[in-house]
Write a protein that binds this ligand. Structure first.
Ligand code: PHE
Length: 344
């Protein structure tokens, strides 16, 4: 109703009472003065001007109240009290506003509500790697490591890949100066392990490998492999298949099927591609390669191929991780978008 008066409407019952518009103006001016006060002195000056006991503007308005007839005094008085409360609140707000930055500068603003810190967690690829280490650990495999910057001997030569072999093509490898390269496969670690210890061997190696592939939804110039190697007397292809099947069932679920397709790798004989199939689906997905360690590899590391046999396999970690979590683009694993990563 007061607002109507201010806007010039003469229809309300209080419209005729003198001085209500003046009280509105007083409130607006007082609020503005407290809001604009930039330091303690300005707040105090505004307080004296509006709320001052002797010469304050509110005090003057109160004097006018006394001169009004009874009916008008009731209406004016209500409005007067509201304006006084508003200006006292504005005064308090101005003082708090000036105190707060000082506290923030001093360090912590203890008046702010608490905020729960967001906890980070391991990257899905790291989670996958840890689970693989776990599963194979239960089968008695320990973890071995090798360098990502390798020499040609460990990446090719000892793996029975001769100098003219197409796998050595500079277009398919990252060669470095001084006969070094970024390893193109974790099979390098097979060699390093066998060089450093006699049989029996039961290890896995997990790590990055590098190939100059064009990046798309399923390819990257860097990805991760898990390599497995088991060497002992009497190790057979049946052991290989059993270990891979048990692994697939524990990592991906009981309804996973596994299939071997004849293939070729210079360092295994016979060699196979390892395919897996989920939920009785139609599609077989290639997960990597495997085979029985070639006698030439045993000879390169000083093992006697008449004494021991062994199997080796190499699987793509990204594929396993993507299959497990339903991720359809490998690039998501490297972009580190927190909205993506928070889901795992
Ligand atoms: N190193 C092979 C690859 O990267 C995979 C493999 C590992 C095959 C071990 C056989 C034995 O494709």
């Amino acid at each position: 109703m007061v607002r109507e008066t201010e806007m010039g409407s003469a229809t309300g019952p209080d419209a005729r009472i003198d001085g209500l518009g003046e009280l509105d103006a007083l409130e607006a001016a007082g609020r503005a003065a407290f809001a604009a006060a930039a330091d303690a002195a300005a707040v105090e000056a505004a307080r004296v001007e509006y709320l001052g006991q002797k010469h304050g503007k509110l005090r003057a308005a109160q004097e006018r109240l006394k001169q009004l007839p009874a009916e008008a005094r009731r209406v004016y008085g209500q409005r007067f009290n509201a304006v006084r409360e508003a200006l006292e609140a504005a005064h308090r707000a101005a003082r708090e506003r000036l105190e707060r930055p000082a506290r923030a500068e001093a360090g912590v603003d203890v008046t702010l509500p608490g905020r729960r810190p967001r906890l980070g967690h391991l990257h899905p690829l790291t989670q996958t790697a840890n689970e693989l280490i776990d599963v194979f650990g239960r089968f008695g495999f320990s973890v071995a490591r090798g360098p990502e910057v390798e020499d040609v001997f460990h990446n090719f030569e000892a793996l029975n890949i001769p100098p003219a072999h197409p796998a050595r093509d500079p277009l398919d490898n990252f060669y470095l100066p001084g006969g070094r390269m970024l390893r193109s496969q974790t099979s390098t670690v097979q060699i390093r392990v066998m060089e450093s210890q006699p049989p029996p061997v039961r290890v896995i190696a997990i790590g990055r490998v590098y190939r100059p592939d064009a990046v798309d939804a399923t390819h990257s110039f860097m990805f991760h492999q898990i390599e497995g190697l088991m060497v002992d007397r009497g190790v057979t292809m049946a052991d290989l298949k059993t270990v891979l099947r048990l692994f697939a069932e524990s990592y991906l679920g009981r309804d996973v099927k596994i299939r071997f397709r004849p293939s070729f790798f210079p360092f295994t004989e016979p060699s196979v591609e390892v395919d897996m199939q989920w939920h009785g689906g139609e599609r077989w997905v290639e997960m990597g390669g495997a085979g029985m360690v070639d006698p030439n590899v045993f000879r390169a590391v000083g093992y006697d191929p008449e004494e021991v046999t062994g199997f080796a396999f190499g699987l793509g970690i990204e594929r396993l991780c993507m299959r497990r979590h339903g991720i359809d683009d490998i690039r998501l694993l490297y972009q580190n978008d927190a909205r993506f990563l928070a889901q795992f």
